[in-house]
Every structure is written in C-alpha cells, then in structure tokens.
Design a protein around this ligand. Structure first.
Ligand SMILES: [Zn+2]
Length: 357
C-alpha cells in the first residue's frame, strides 16, 4: 500500500510558518558575553519579580530596565517591588500621563513629577509612540513630537541628568498601504491598530523630522531612540542623525529581524556607532528570547529564525559576530554612560585588549 499522502490544504497567510531546510552550524549562546543591561524592556503586574531575576541570571543579564513605571502611586509601587527586592538589578523609568496633556501647565507639572520620581529612585523618562500618533491638543489636532508646549519636560530631564527613552513612529511598513506589497501584512492583520496609514496620521518622514528638531532644540538632554529610532530600515539615515546630534543614542530592541536580515550593513553600522548603541529587547524575560539576541550579536551563524518568527516577515537572519570590545559597549558601557545609578562591573580584560590592537 502506498504511504499515506496528506492532501494539500489551503492555508491562510497568518498560519504559514515555513521552516528553513538549510542545514548549517548552530552556535548556542546560553549567556551573554558580558553582564548585559537590557535597556529597553517592560515589567508588568502579572510578572513574578523573582522568576524574572532567575531568568536574567540564567542568561547573564545583569540589569532589566522597566520603561513602564508610570507615574504617581503606580510608580511608587513599581519602585518598591523592583528596587526594594533587587536594588541593583532593575531600573525604572517614569512615564508622563498624556491623558492630562490639555490641562494648564501640563509640561511644568510633568517636570515637577519627574523631579520627584527621580528623587524616589526613577532613572529616566519614557515617551511612548502615542506622542505624534495619538495624543491630541485641545483643538483636536495631533500634537507634534516637537510641540514647544512640551519643552519644560525635556529640559527637566536634561537638568536632572536622566535620559529620555523616546519611541517615535514605527516600522516603515506600518505607514504604507496594507496591500499585497506590504512586507508586514501578517503583523498588521493581527494588529490593525498598528497601521498608521491614512486618516490624519503624519507621514513617517514628518514624524522623524519632528523628532530630529527635538534633538536639535535640547542638546543638553540625552535622548535614546527606541528601536534604532524607528530607522532600522534605513541605517544610513539613522547614522546621519547620530552624526548630527551627539545627545542621541539608539537601542536595538524589537529590531533583531530587520537588522539581522542585512548582516553586513548592520555590522558596519554597529562598528561605526559602537559608542551610541544600547542592547535592549522589549520582549520580557524569556531565556530563549535573550539567547536568540545573543546568537545574533555574538556569532556568525547563518539563516536562523529571529525571535517571534515569522511575525516580521518570512525571512531568516544572520549573526553579526561583533568583537568583544564592541559587545562590552553595547551590552554594558553605553547604557552605564547614559542611565545614572546603574551598578556596573569592572571592564574585563577581554573587552579592553581588543581596543589596543
Ligand atoms: Zn517598549
């Protein structure tokens, strides 16, 4: 009897999950090369703090930056939970409540709240992509990222010596029509609310220009552009912004797929801007998630699945095999430079020796 053959079955594209048949060496990186600072992550109330630390330990992640500290009582509770239990393992960022944006003196109040938050132990200011894409002024218009009414809060961050982690815009494809050419079609089908095309959404370039003007106007404030400043699709332009504004840094969170599909381009970018790039994940504390990032940064493995595959597209990624001294900066030194109060281990010999060559 012939072997049973399954009938070809029509699939919807969101169920398609092709496996790579190429057989290539796999390097398993269980722990980060250096005690990593995850500069872009989020803690949530359903997470167990002790489990998170155990997962971090199993991957050599030294510090977890929780960007969703919020404000008021919520921030207070978050600081107690994370910093009282593990003073050296977490940092928490304050988040202004933009629902109050049309109250008089909003930005002055945020500046004051930020100062109190920093005194209570917060280590930065986080701005979500709502600014530029959904926060509206009293006249109903979207508030521009560089609206001058917000200046007091950027200024306060600079004076307090804490960085602003700012998420402006999103992947390029989120600003394109949702048709058969959109490379993030599946992701946008699953999250239609991430599609910023049409209505009164500003075009991507306009949002990025607002962000650039903000960097220009506040040279004494350190800004970290979340997700390569939403420009991982165009690393040449991301580099130009870094060249223009010395107060600007970027994190790599949630861009492993985009970066890993063009490893040569990405490696050059990492080498050139090795003093301005921070490690981050934006994906909670799953050990296999961390290991996938380590494999991408530390090995020259080819053709493997990014974390969350195939959400960002039906392609595989390649490791960029960074040298030790660059890994040290990206995992540890750059975050330690811009985020105050992190406890940082001494630079190991392996990271120093690379630089003297
Ligand atoms: Zn995030």
């Amino acid at each position: 009897m012939p072997a049973e053959r399954s009938e070809p079955r029509a699939l919807t594209i969101d169920k398609f999950r092709p496996r790579c048949m190429s057989i290539v060496p796999e390097t398993r990186v269980v722990k980060a090369r250096y005690p990593a600072i995850d500069a872009h992550n989020h803690f949530s109330d359903d997470m167990d703090v002790h489990r998170v630390v155990a997962n971090m330990d199993s991957c050599n992640v030294r510090t977890y930056i929780d960007l969703s500290g919020g404000s008021g009582d919520r921030l207070k509770r978050r600081l107690e939970l994370l910093k009282d239990n593990y003073p050296d393992r977490f940092a928490v960022f304050y988040v202004p409540d933009f629902k109050r944006v049309n109250e008089p003196d909003f930005a002055e109040n945020v500046a004051r709240e930020l100062e109190e938050a920093v005194r209570a132990g917060a280590q930065g200011l986080k701005i979500y992509k709502e600014l530029g894409l959904s926060v509206r002024a009293a006249n109903g218009k979207l508030l521009a990222v560089d609206d001058e009414r917000l200046d007091p809060m950027w200024q306060a961050a600079g004076e307090l010596g804490v960085p602003v982690m700012i998420h402006v815009a999103d992947p390029f494809a989120f600003f394109e029509p949702l048709d058969e050419t959109n490379e993030r079609y599946v992701q946008l089908m699953l999250h239609p609310d991430w599609h910023f095309y049409g209505k009164d959404y500003p075009p991507l370039r306009q949002l990025l220009a607002q962000r650039d003007r903000l960097l220009e106007r506040h040279p004494k404030t350190i800004f970290i552009g979340a997700h390569i400043g939403s420009e991982s699709e165009d690393l040449a332009r991301a580099g130009e912004v870094l060249d223009r504004y010395p107060n600007y840094y970027v994190d790599i969170s949630a861009r492993q797929a985009e970066l890993g599909r063009k490893p040569r381009n990405t490696r050059q970018f990492f080498l050139k801007y090795q003093d301005r790039i921070l490690f981050g994940t934006d994906a909670h504390d799953h050990p296999e998630m961390y290991r996938s990032y380590f494999r991408f940064l530390e090995t020259d493995d080819e053709c493997f699945e990014y974390y969350m595959y195939p959400r960002h597209g039906f392609f595989h990624i390649y490791g960029i095999d960074l040298p030790d001294e660059v890994l040290w900066k990206i995992y540890v030194a750059n975050a330690a430079k811009v985020i105050p109060g992190l406890s940082v281990p001494r630079e190991p010999e392996s990271a120093v020796s690379g630089r003297s060559q």
